[in-house]
Design a protein around this ligand. Structure first.
Ligand SMILES: [Zn+2]
Length: 280
């Protein structure tokens, strides 16, 4: 309950009670003024509390007080939020048991919003999530970054030979024609769902994307799909700018997503590298 509601009621009670009593008018005016003053003080206190919920002895850290500390490749995570499996989200089986599905509140919310949107627009598939960070961040085997809750690996949406959504055990690699490589030649890159995912990630107004690593040939497919679906020019421009193939690892089998530090996490959280116009 809003703590100010109780105080507003108290002021009304004062008015009612003071009218019924036989106090002189001056005393009644004083009592009403006192009640209003108490109400104003309570409103001010409530404003401060909502602005900073950690104040006061009874306050406990809320999930959204997560803190990304340091750099993605030398950092930690405090009060990380667990991204849970749901109707729209699944863990890629290979990474399901290691338990590295913690991120900042901003990243976890972004993934849930994006997965939900894809499932609403193109029902039938879940977002396949690899690893985020460990519960307290720090070094994660197999990754150079992923240390402070702002990185995540996302498996591609994919289709089986009959065109049905397919939940793979591990990340699967795709070639320029959208066909699976290696042992996954019967799988196809799901252009429509993967584009929907990219479009939501890059256009999100809350969490802001710094990197979306993906192989050049898949980036080309995704942009072609975006144009085919008549995506807004601003979304296409952002997607074009943020998708990139890094040197060293082509990322033909998953997306690597990184978001900028939330302004409330600075200066302990540090961004390094490209600053897009939409950086917070
Ligand atoms: Zn990664």
């Amino acid at each position: 309950m809003n703590p100010t509601a109780g105080c507003v009621l108290r002021a009304a009670d004062f008015l009612r009670v003071s009218r019924k009593t036989r106090y002189p008018r001056e005393v009644r005016v004083f009592l009403v003024a006192l009640a209003l003053a108490l109400t104003t003080a309570a409103v001010a206190t409530a404003d401060r509390t909502s602005a900073d919920p950690t104040r006061g002895p009874a306050a406990r850290p809320l999930p959204h007080r997560s803190r990304s500390l340091g750099l993605p490749f030398r950092g930690h995570l405090r009060d990380g939020v667990l991204l849970r499996e749901s109707a729209h989200v699944r863990y890629v089986t290979e990474y399901a048991t290691a338990g590295n599905h913690y991120g900042t509140w901003e990243l976890v919310q972004l993934l849930e919003r994006a997965a939900y949107r894809v499932s609403r627009r193109l029902p039938g598939a879940k977002l396949s999530v690899g690893e985020l960070s460990a519960e307290r961040g720090g070094r994660l085997p197999g990754h150079a970054s992923h240390q402070n809750g702002r990185d995540v690996d996302l498996g591609f949406y994919m289709l089986d030979a009959r065109g049905r959504p397919y939940d793979a055990f591990a990340f699967a690699e795709f070639g320029p024609n959208g066909q699976g490589r290696g042992p996954n030649t019967s799988l196809r890159f799901d252009d429509a769902r993967n584009w929907e995912l990219v479009a939501k990630l890059v256009a999100d107004g809350d969490a802001r994307v710094q990197h979306l690593f993906v192989a050049r040939h898949l980036k080309d497919r995704l942009l072609a799909e975006g144009r085919r679906r008549r995506a807004p020019a601003s979304v296409l421009a952002r997607a074009e700018r943020v998708m990139a193939q890094p040197t060293g690892h082509a990322h033909a089998n998953h997306f690597h997503l990184r978001i900028y530090c939330s302004p409330s996490n600075r200066p302990a959280c540090k961004d390094q590298g490209v600053r897009h116009p939409w950086a917070p």
